[in-house]
Design a protein around this ligand. Structure first.
Ligand code: G3P
Length: 218
C-alpha cells in the first residue's frame, strides 16, 4: 500500500519524507488555503517546491469547473514537473477532461468520489487514481469503508488500471482497514500517520530494555 500525505504544509511533508515512508502528496484548494498560499503564481511555485521535495506523485487540483478551463489549467500544472498528477472533480466536464488528459499522457486523480458508479466512470475515462472520500461518507452516517471494499471488487472484476486512493482519512483505524481491504493508496493527514507509531507496550518494553541494559553495563 502506498502512503501519501494529505497536506500542503511543507514542514509536515518534509517530516514524513525524512522518515523515508512517503510515496506522494495530495493537496486540494482547502489545504492550499490553510497554509496561506495566495495568487496563482505562488500556488504554482508551491506545487513545484513539493515536487522537488518528494520523489512521488503530487496531486494538484484544477479550480475551473468547465472542460476548456480544466484543460488549460491541467496542462499548466502538468508542465510544472513530471511528478504532477492533475486532480479533477467528478463532474461531466471533469470526466471529459480526464479522458482528454489520458489521451495526452497526462496523469489524473478524479476527486470527490462518493459512489461506485462515479468511480467506474472515472476509471473508464482513464483516470490514474480515483479518490473516494471515506471520512465524509462516515460523516453523513454511511459506511465509507464499504465503498472502498466495493471499489476493490469492481476494479478487480474488470482489471482497471486506475488506482484506488482512499482519501478523507480521519484516524489510524481508517488506514489499517484500508490496508486490509486492499486500497492501493491511502492519503492521510500527518496526525493520523503519527498515531500509527504509538503503542503503550512498545513504550513499556523499551523502558524495560533500557533499564535492564543499565544493569548489564553495571
Ligand atoms: O484528499 C481529500 C481530503 O483532503 C478530504 O479530507 O478531511 O477534508 O474530508 P477531509
Amino acid at each position: 500500500m502506498k502512503f501519501f500525505i494529505d497536506t500542503a504544509n511543507l514542514d509536515e511533508i518534509k517530516e514524513l519524507n525524512d522518515l523515508g515512508i512517503l510515496d506522494g502528496v495530495t493537496t486540494n484548494p482547502s489545504l492550499m488555503a490553510k497554509v496561506g498560499v495566495q495568487g496563482r503564481e505562488n500556488v504554482l511555485k508551491h506545487y513545484k517546491t513539493i515536487c522537488e521535495m518528494v520523489d512521488g506523485d503530487i496531486s494538484a487540483e484544477v479550480i475551473s469547473t468547465d472542460f476548456e478551463g480544466m484543460l488549460r489549467e491541467g496542462k499548466e500544472l502538468a508542465a510544472l514537473h513530471n511528478n504532477i498528477v492533475v486532480k479533477v472533480p467528478m463532474t461531466r466536464d471533469g470526466i471529459k477532461a480526464i479522458k482528454a488528459f489520458s489521451e495526452m499522457g497526462i496523469r489524473t486523480n478524479c476527486t470527490l468520489i462518493f459512489s461506485v458508479g462515479q468511480a467506474i466512470l472515472a476509471a473508464k475515462a482513464g483516470a490514474s487514481y480515483v479518490s473516494p472520500f471515506l471520512g465524509r461518507l462516515d460523516d453523513v452516517s454511511t459506511d465509507g469503508l464499504s465503498l472502498i471494499e466495493d471499489l476493490v471488487l469492481v476494479f478487480a472484476n474488470y482489471g482497471f488500471d486506475t488506482e484506488i486512493l482512499a482519501a478523507s482519512i480521519r484516524h489510524p483505524m481508517h488506514i489499517v482497514e484500508c490496508a486490509k481491504i486492499g486500497a492501493d493508496v491511502v492519503t492521510c493527514p500527518g496526525s493520523s500517520i503519527d498515531k500509527l507509531f504509538n503503542h503503550p507496550l512498545t513504550d513499556i518494553g523499551l523502558a524495560q530494555f533500557i533499564a535492564d541494559y543499565k544493569k548489564v553495563e553495571g
